[in-house]
Design a protein around this ligand. Structure first.
Ligand code: PMP
Length: 561
């Protein structure tokens, strides 16, 4: 039931008693007073002694829904006095949206946001004022502007415009972002969980599907030869990317599978010990704990008050029974980078194996395993711009027992046994994720093209800005070393009075900022930090910008206020 009337506008002059909502065919509109004039409306109210909505007296005509795009500009002006805070929030949102989309200031200041295609009157105003519009009467967009600058303008502060390609950075972030259409209108700060894939990676997979999809391995037809060659080449690219001149680079589903392959593939005896750390992701803890059934014990070493790994404790934890040390290269909760080369030296002095979990390092910094000197190195393709369902295990020697047996991993099968294939095939039984592997090779090409040093320095700059920004916000606690230490762009924080999930939800709903909240599969660490509810984690990637970091900080400022 609606109070629309013929005399309100030309649009309504032909209104029928009943009509269907064009946008929602399930909605039937009934207009019983369509032929009433304003006089009749008010006479009726007076006659029936009906209460009048007090908002009418405050200058609001359209009071059905708050912030109706059909409101008059004058009504928005009224809102600024009736509900200043809400009006300010709305203006801030409009400004940041205009900045993000590259709309002119008129988008928010003249209320042009209310139409997709501008009506004749607004087109005429735009013509007079020199605001450009497209042939379909939508507003012309320009380059995106720093949204954060506008947020600060409202607060009366001035802020230097962000220069994404800064001296020494070498990374043209705006150009990079064009390869990631998914970035759209959101601010993606969940890169530690998984990253986005650029168009060349998606295209490599589409090309496989469209032009030469076939199984890999021993086959002679043309498709299988192309697919096998490209899949093999992807392994070569990945190995080259991490400096693996020797050893074997195996494709897995993810880091978790890679670590499990090592835990299952080594032969253990009762009394063996594994040393791991409190920084570990559950994927680098549970596979070792699971060896308890075979009599293997796990020792976990902690961190120091400055969040760095307690290296002396690690050395002390090594006993004659220790077989392996399993350590992350970079923490997925507090971002600290561990001294893996030093740990490798300690391990080799004691004649024990070292597994490094590189899930968080490989996507963000140059990694050269020939310099680290580990025995196993695991990481995820999907966190380094590759497809989901991709990961890698590099091993110095192929002396692990394969975790899975079957087709593709044998040279010959005899009546009593088999001869394993050489190389990665031994560890990739069955049909692998061929499109994913080829996509991962394309991701390596993409990262190499940009330069890992450039990516590292861009992300380091953003990380410093993020940590410094968060530290300025009252009520926000950041879990990061005071002094700049080797770290990646993974920053955990909490906000007084809010559960981490509430903060994450607010960031999404109010500013389209996607962050992760909770324990980050690293419960022992977050509990050690005294945070049973976990943290909010913002994790940066190469396509993030300073404006996005500023937007996160500004939104948290608003929340805590
Ligand atoms: N280790 C670390 C340090 C991680 O950050 C993650 C993912 N969050 C993993 C292991 C597990 O990676 P995946 O889910 O790809 O197996």
């Amino acid at each position: 039931m609606q109070g629309n009337r013929w005399y309100e506008s030309w649009n309504r002059a032909g209104l029928d008693e009943t009509s269907q909502n064009p946008a929602n065919p399930l909605q039937l509109n009934i207009s019983p007073i369509r032929n009433w004039r304003a006089l009749e409306v008010f006479l009726y109210l007076w006659w029936q002694d009906l209460p009048v909505n007090p908002l009418y007296d405050k200058g609001l005509e359209r009071i059905g829904c708050y912030l109706c795009p059909a409101m008059l500009e004058s009504e928005y002006e009224e809102l600024k006095t009736i509900q200043p805070e809400s009006a300010e929030r709305w203006t801030a949102f409009l400004e940041s949206w205009a900045a993000k989309k590259g709309y002119p200031d008129a988008f928010s200041s003249w209320g042009l946001w209310r139409w997709r295609a501008l009506p004749p009157k607004m087109r005429e105003i735009c013509r007079q004022k020199g605001v450009e519009i497209n042939d379909d009467y939508t507003l012309k967009t320009g380059p995106a502007r720093p949204a954060g600058a506008m947020v600060d303008k409202r607060k009366g502060k001035t802020m230097k415009p962000a220069m994404e390609k800064q001296a020494g950075s070498g990374l043209d972030v705006q150009a990079v972002r064009k390869d990631f259409p998914i970035l759209g209108d959101i601010i993606y700060l969940d890169n530690a969980a998984t990253s986005f894939s650029p168009e060349p990676v998606v295209q490599a997979m589409v090309e496989f599907e469209h032009t030469y999809r076939a199984n890999v391995g021993r086959g002679v037809h043309r498709f299988t030869r192309i697919a096998s060659q490209r899949y093999w080449h992807a392994h070569e690219k990945v190995a080259g990317f991490i400096g693996a001149q020797s050893g074997i680079t195996v494709f897995t589903k993810n880091t978790t599978e890679a670590i499990n392959m090592v835990a299952h593939g080594l032969s253990w005896k009762a009394g063996d010990r594994v040393v791991t750390t409190i920084l570990e992701h559950h994927s680098n803890l549970l596979p070792w704990r699971n060896l308890k059934k075979q009599g293997v014990e796990v020792d976990s070493i902690g961190i120091r008050p400055d969040y760095s790994l307690d290296l002396p404790a690690l050395e002390n934890a090594i006993t004659p029974s220790t077989r392996l040390v399993a350590v992350t290269h970079a923490s997925n909760v507090i971002g600290v980078v561990t001294p893996v080369a030093e740990i490798a030296r300690i391990c080799h002095d004691h004649g024990i194996l070292l597994l490094v979990d590189g899930a968080q390092s490989v996507p963000h910094m140059p990694v050269d395993i020939s310099r680290i000197g580990c025995d196993f190195f695991a990481f995820s393709g999907h966190k380094m711009l590759g497809p989901t369902g991709t990961g890698v295990l590099w091993m110095r020697e192929p002396d692990l027992e394969p975790f899975i047996l079957g087709g593709g991993m044998v040279e010959a099968v005899t009546e009593s046994g088999y001869t394993a294939a050489e190389g990665y095939q031994k560890y990739e039984a069955g049909t692998p994720n061929i499109a994913g592997g080829i996509g991962l090779g394309a991701a390596v090409d993409y990262l190499t093209g940009l330069g890992m040093e450039n990516i590292r320095s861009h992300e380091e700059r953003l990380t410093t800005r993020l940590i410094n920004g968060l530290r300025q916000v009252g009520g926000v606690h950041v879990y990061a070393p005071e002094k700049p230490v080797p770290r990646i762009g993974v920053v955990s924080f909490t906000v007084d009075g809010f559960h981490p999930h509430e903060v994450a939800q607010h960031l999404d709903e109010s500013a389209e900022i996607l962050v992760r909240s909770g324990h980050h599969c690293c419960q022992p660490l977050v509990e050690e930090l005294g945070l049973p509810d976990g943290t909010v984690r913002a994790s940066l990637g190469l396509y993030n910008t300073e404006d996005e970091v500023d937007m996160l900080v500004a939104t948290l400022e608003e929340l805590t206020r």
